[in-house]
Ligand binder design. Structure first.
Ligand code: HEC
Length: 259
């Protein structure tokens, strides 16, 4: 019995420690209802398409998404633009190619197989244009930050005047949700900044949600099929459990219980 209590208190400790650590530095992020959360979660196609629009029109001048190709925009489980739409999107970008027969580099309209065009040639150029700070690649940014989608959603809406007593250098801004509250990216969103084709009102909140949904898909393009698979596995295991239960009853039914 003594041992039992020892083990019990040890197990309790193991469970309590991480919770305590977390609660000490827990930040309350803004909440919203993500369509992709939960066992049956799916991406909202409208949000993905609008999110792509916000990324292209606003964020892509500084942030690259080097793992995405224009082709991905038409794939199942993503924004699901039609192939024609995705081709037109690709063709609206200039892609560097070459060398040609004369040994020269040239530009041509993008194709489905091209990767998303990068805003800067290299990291140094990106830093030079942004006061020394590097706008991180956004392909998997959702996964790279604690807080994930809630963090990015909040960060985009977290700009405030600094509290009294805090002074900011040039090109540094105060953001409630940034680690250390100082960020070298100015507030990028304002109501009505983009004009959505589907008539959705482009409030700061709406654009934050849409672009974050888009970033979530970029980081987890197979989320929907994974959810479907998870569901199938649960059904399979349930059926298996029932079968095992009945076969066990049958096997043991030959043995008489002694009362
Ligand atoms: C004018 C250039 C510029 C534009 C446009 C821009 N960003 Fe940034 N962004 C930056 C820079 C620079 C940083 C790095 C800031 C730092 O490290 O202090 C950054 C950082 C971030 C971060 C990471 C913060 C962290 O935890 O490190 C997120 C998320 C982000 N941007 C999202 C966006 C989104 C979404 C858009 C489009 C709506 C956008 N940005 C548009 C320049 C830009």
């Amino acid at each position: 019995m003594k041992n039992f209590y020892r083990v019990l208190s040890l197990v309790t400790l193991i469970f309590l420690i991480p919770f305590n650590l977390n609660s000490a530095e827990k930040i309350e992020y803004l909440k919203t209802d993500w369509s992709f959360k939960g066992l049956f979660g799916k991406f909202d196609r409208g949000a993905l398409q609008r999110g792509y629009q916000v990324y292209t029109e606003v964020c892509s001048s500084c942030h690259s998404m080097k793992y995405l190709s224009y082709r991905n925009l038409a794939e199942k489980g993503g924004p699901e633009f039609t192939i024609e739409q995705a081709k037109a999107i690709a063709a609206s970008f200039e892609v560097k190619d070459g060398p040609n027969a004369d040994g020269d580099m040239f530009t041509r309209p993008g194709r489905l197989s091209d990767k998303f065009v990068m805003p800067y040639d290299n990291v140094k150029a990106a830093q030079a244009a942004n006061g020394g700070a590097y706008p991180p690649d956004m392909s998997v940014l959702v996964k790279a930050r604690g807080g994930g989608v809630d963090y990015i959603y909040s960060l985009l809406q977290g700009y405030e005047d600094p509290p009294a007593g805090i002074s900011l250098d040039d090109g540094v801004y105060y953001n409630k949700y940034m680690y250390g509250n100082k960020i070298k990216m100015s507030n990028q969103l304002s109501d009505g900044l983009v004009e959505y084709g589907d008539g959705t009102k482009s409030t700061v909140e709406q654009m934050s949600k849409d672009v974050t949904t888009f970033l979530m898909w970029a980081a987890e393009p197979h989320l929907e099929s994974r959810h479907q698979m998870g569901f199938k596995v649960i059904v399979y295991l349930t059926i298996l459990t029932i079968l095992v239960y009945f076969s066990m009853k049958r096997i043991w039914s030959r043995i008489k219980t002694e009362v």
